[in-house]
Design a protein around this ligand. Structure first.
Ligand SMILES: NC(=O)c1ccc[n+]([C@@H]2O[C@H](COP(=O)([O-])OP(=O)(O)OC[C@H]3O[C@@H](n4cnc5c(N)ncnc54)[C@H](O)[C@@H]3O)[C@@H](O)[C@H]2O)c1
Length: 447
C-alpha cells in the first residue's frame, strides 16, 4: 500500500487518475504547470472534463492536495504518477520532452534529499523510450536505476468519456518494470485497490509495445469494419450492419468496434497508428499493415465527402447541421474529429453549417446553436455524430428532417450499444421523419 502518492500532470487522464487514486485512501499530492487549470480544478473539480462518475470520486472525502512546484509535490511521495503530454513528432514518434523536463526536477530532489522514488510513467511513450532515453537521462544525472529510483511504465487503457469506468474496471493492468521491488510494490497496491486484478508484468519494451498494439488493433478493427461496409455498399440486398454484427458474434472476433460507421479519430488512435509505423521503420521491420489501416481510414473520410458532394449536387442542399461536432460525446476534446473535417468540406462548398454540441467550448467557423430544436429549424440534414444522456428529445419540431445516422443509432438490429433515453429519442426521430425506416434507407442510399 502507498500512503503518499504524487500525480504530475492534471489533464484529461491525470486529474481523473488523481481522483481515482484518492479512493485508495492515500494522500494525493498534485502538480500541473498550468496555473489557470489548477485554479479551475480547485473550483469546478474537473466539471469541464464531463467524465461520468468523476463527481462521486471528488466527493469521497479525500481531497487532492495541490502544490505549486514539483519539489513540494513529491516531498512526501513514495510513488510519482506522471501523466503529461507526449506529443507526436513530425515523424510519427512520441516526444518524451515533457517527461524528461519533469524528471530533471525529480532527479534534483532525489540528489538533494537522498530519497528514492518509484516513478510511474502513465503517458504513452514510443517503444524503447524507457531504456533508451528515460533511464539514461536519470543516470546522466548521477543516479542509479533500481537504487536511487525505480521506474515503472504503467499506461492505462482509457477512452475519453469513460475514463472513470476504465480506471475503475480495467480489463487488465499493464506494468513494465525491471525491478522486483517496484513490481512487488505496485502489485500489492493494485491488489488492494482492485478486486482480483489481472496484472501483466512485462519488460519495459514489451509493455510499451503492448500499449501501442492494443490501440492499433482497434484501428484495424475500425478500418476492417469500414472495408466490409464498402463491400456491402455494392449490394442492395446486403446490410453491412447485419453482416458485421454477425461476424462479430464469433467469440474469437467479438462484437466491439464491429460497426460500419465513421473513421477512427480522437487524440489517441490516429497517432498510435503512426507511432507503430515509425517504430517498425526504425527497426527495419517491413510494415504495409499500418499504411493499409490508415489508407482505409482516409478513404472512409473521403467517402463522407462524397456523400456531401451528392447532397449538394443532386439534392441541392444549402444547410447542414451536426448533432455533435466533437469526435465523441462527454468530452470537449475534438482532436482529429471527422465532423470538423466534414464541416470544413461543407463550408468549401458554400453550404451553411450549424452545430449543437453541449461539450465544446472552442469557437468554430460553423454556427453554434443552443438546442436540437434550433439545429432542426436551421438545417436541411441532421448528421448524428453521437447522441447521449444530455440530449433532450422532448422538443417540438414542425419540419420533417432527413437524419444521417452514420452509426445506426436507430437501427433495430443494433445491439451492444445502449444509450440512455434512446427510446425517447427514437420516438422523437420517428415523429419528425415519419418512419424510422426512412433513416436507414437514407443511410443505404447515400452513406
Ligand atoms: N486522455 C486519454 O484518454 C489518454 C488515454 C491513454 C493515454 N493517454 C496519454 O496520457 C498522456 C497525457 O494525456 P492527457 O490526455 O491527459 O493530456 P492533457 O494534455 O489533457 O494533460 C496533460 C497535462 O500535463 C500538464 N503539463 C504539461 N507539461 C507539464 C509540466 N512540465 N509539468 C507539469 N504538468 C505539465 C498540462 O498542463 C496538462 O494539464 C499522453 O501521453 C497521452 O497519450 C491519454
Amino acid at each position: 500500500m502507498f500512503r503518499n502518492i504524487s500525480v504530475i500532470g492534471l489533464g484529461k487522464l491525470g486529474y481523473p487518475m488523481a481522483q481515482f487514486l484518492s479512493s485508495s485512501g492515500a494522500k494525493i499530492s498534485c502538480y500541473d504547470k498550468d496555473e489557470k487549470l489548477v485554479d479551475d480544478l480547485k473550483k469546478n473539480h474537473g466539471e469541464h472534463l464531463h467524465e461520468i462518475g468523476l463527481n462521486n470520486l471528488v466527493n469521497n472525502n479525500n481531497d487532492l492536495i495541490y502544490h505549486n512546484n514539483i519539489r513540494s509535490c513529491i516531498s512526501e511521495a513514495e510513488i510519482i504518477y506522471i501523466t503529461v503530454p507526449t506529443p507526436s513528432k513530425l515523424d510519427g514518434s512520441f516526444s518524451n520532452e515533457v517527461i524528461i523536463e519533469i524528471l530533471d526536477e525529480v532527479a534534483d530532489v532525489i540528489i538533494k534529499n537522498k530519497k528514492s522514488y518509484i516513478i510511474n510513467i502513465n503517458s504513452t511513450v514510443q517503444p524503447g523510450s524507457t531504456e533508451n532515453e528515460i533511464i539514461p537521462f536519470l543516470e546522466s544525472k548521477g543516479l542509479k536505476t533500481n537504487d536511487d529510483f525505480y521506474l515503472i511504465y504503467n499506461p492505462y487503457f482509457v477512452a475519453l468519456g469513460s475514463v472513470i469506468r476504465n480506471l475503475e474496471e480495467p480489463d487488465y493492468l499493464l506494468v513494465g518494470s525491471s525491478s522486483i521491488y517496484a513490481a512487488k510494490k505496485i502489485t500489492k497496491f493494485y491488489n488492494s485497490l482492485y478486486k482480483n486484478p489481472k496484472i501483466r508484468l512485462l519488460k519495459f519494451k514489451e509493455a510499451e509495445l503492448t500499449k501501442l498494439l492494443v490501440n492499433t488493433y482497434l484501428t484495424t478493427k475500425i478500418s476492417y469494419s469500414n472495408f466490409v461496409k464498402n463491400i456491402c455498399k455494392n449490394f442492395d440486398d446486403i446490410s453491412d450492419l447485419r453482416v458485421l454484427e454477425s461476424v462479430g458474434l464469433d467469440a474469437r472476433i467479438g462484437t466491439k468496434f464491429m460497426l460500419p460507421g465513421g473513421p477512427y479519430s480522437g487524440p489517441c488512435l490516429p497517432r498510435d497508428n503512426l507511432s507503430l509505423k515509425k517504430f517498425c521503420s526504425d527497426n527495419n521491420i517491413q510494415n504495409s499493415f499500418s499504411d493499409e489501416v490508415q489508407k482505409i481510414n482516409n478513404e472512409t473520410i473521403e467517402s463522407l465527402y462524397k456523400v456531401i458532394s451528392t447532397l449538394k449536387n443532386q439534392y441541392g442542399i444549402k444547410s447542414f447541421g451536426f448533432l455533435g461536432l466533437g469526435y465523441k460525446s462527454n468530452t470537449q476534446c475534438f482532436e482529429e474529429s471527422y465532423s470538423i473535417k466534414m464541416m470544413k468540406f461543407l463550408e468549401s462548398l458554400k453550404i451553411k453549417v450549424y452545430y449543437y454540441d453541449p461539450y465544446l467550448t472552442e469557437k468554430f467557423s460553423a454556427t453554434k446553436v443552443n438546442s436540437f430544436e434550433e439545429l432542426c429549424l436551421n438545417s436541411e440534414i441532421i448528421f448524428l455524430s453521437y447522441i447521449d444522456q444530455h440530449f433532450n428529445p422532448i422538443v417540438q419540431v414542425k419540419h420533417e428532417k432527413n437524419i444521417w445516422d452514420l452509426w445506426y443509432h436507430f437501427s433495430d438490429s443494433k445491439f451492444n450499444r445502449v444509450f440512455h433515453k434512446v427510446s425517447d429519442f427514437k420516438k422523437f426521430v420517428t415523429k419528425i421523419s415519419n418512419k424510422n425506416q426512412k433513416i436507414i434507407q437514407f443511410n443505404k442510399k447515400i452513406g
